[in-house]
Design a protein around this ligand. Structure first.
Ligand SMILES: [Zn+2]
Length: 347
């Protein structure tokens, strides 16, 4: 029987409290149940707008690409053709042209090979593509921030399962980055240390939440995890963005990231949904040498068919209530194999 116990944990990067209410995870559930994700997708789908050789919604035809394929989003939320004369906002409000660039990166031509099914060299290729995107878009004078993320799975609203991620290059800095960069700068000024480096030191000293580790990278369920299976994947060395990682660091990071994604899939033997976000310093020209780039993964599921809903505390109050102990969830992930349950088709 789970003991009734709860506590607050401080999230040093986000500068906010997370309430860990671990006794709530066994509450009876009578809400929505998710269908289990299909694992038997074909390699090519005739009407998939991301598959090689197919037409996209814009009418453009994808080339018969063989590796990673990048194109400008056909329905960008920010774009170079944004109306510049947006007029005046009413009263207290402000508005601005939503210029910038939005791109899509297909991980490969194989419709069925999600990131967890790719080999370490192919995952490393993707990390190098992210380096290229950050450099290419970040050097544009109008771009202040490059947000790279993957929404994976129907549970996070993805309608097309073809493995891909997105890049938003914007004329503003996304809020989470702004907060994390400021927290890192303050911490370094006060202590001389890197904030994420100190978190990594604390995680390694405790050890219970560390999942995988090699020479220059590691993954862990953070002490202050907001989602049940939230994981940080980080280079041990401090770099303001992924673009600054050496080839060896990229290989090590790819190794740890792939191991994590396989653990995720193995947990319930299903394609594990998640939102994956790269945390990179802004490209606004300021000194961000105190920032330590990393990748965070936010799986929405608490149980195989149970979503974490953002409700009153999260949406209304702005702080998360986590219904499980990070140590317990890390133990579950640590117990999973790092060979994929559906192995035999790894590309
Ligand atoms: Zn496809």
């Amino acid at each position: 029987m789970t003991k009734a116990k709860w506590e607050q944990r401080w999230h040093p990067l986000r500068q906010e409290w997370v309430v860990i209410a671990g006794h709530r995870q066994d509450r009876p559930w009578s809400g929505e149940m998710l269908g289990s994700s299909a694992d038997d997708l074909p390699a090519h789908v005739a009407d998939c707008y991301l598959c090689a050789g197919n037409a996209r919604v814009s009418g453009a035809i994808n080339p018969c690409y063989t590796g990673i394929y990048v194109f400008d989003n056909d329905h960008p939320c920010v774009g170079p053709s944004a109306p510049l004369d947006v007029g005046t906002a009413p009263g207290i409000y402000r508005k601005a042209p939503a210029n910038g660039l939005a791109r899509v990166l297909c991980y490969g031509p194989e419709h069925h090979l999600r990131l967890s099914r790719l080999s370490v060299p192919r995952v490393a290729d993707l990390l190098r593509a992210w380096q290229d995107q950050y450099r290419d878009l970040g050097q544009r004078p109008e771009v202040q921030h490059v947000l790279i993320f993957e929404n994976n799975g129907e549970a996070v609203g993805v309608s097309n399962p073809h493995p891909h991620c997105q890049v938003y290059a914007t004329n503003f800095v996304f809020k989470t980055t702004e907060i994390e960069v400021a927290a890192s700068r303050t911490h370094t000024a006060a202590t001389g240390h890197g904030l994420l480096e100190d978190m990594i030191d604390s995680e390694r000293a405790d050890g219970r939440r560390v999942l995988d580790e090699n020479d220059s990278a590691l993954s862990f369920v953070p002490y202050c995890a907001r989602y049940a299976y939230e994981v940080f994947v980080a280079p041990k060395g401090r770099h303001a963005s992924i673009a600054d990682l050496s080839p060896t660091e990229i290989d090590d990071l790819a190794d740890v990231l792939r191991a994590l994604l396989i653990r995720f899939d193995n947990l319930w033997q299903m394609s594990f949904p998640y939102v994956m976000v790269l945390h990179n310093a802004p490209t606004d020209g300021a000194d961000h040498s105190s920032f330590h780039s990393y990748i965070s993964l936010h799986p929405p599921l608490r149980k195989p068919n149970l979503l974490k809903y953002l409700a009153g505390p999260e949406l209304g109050g702005g702080n998360f209530i986590a219904a499980s102990w990070p140590e317990d969830k890390a133990a579950e992930l640590r117990a999973c194999a790092t060979a994929h349950y559906a192995d035999g088709t790894v590309a």
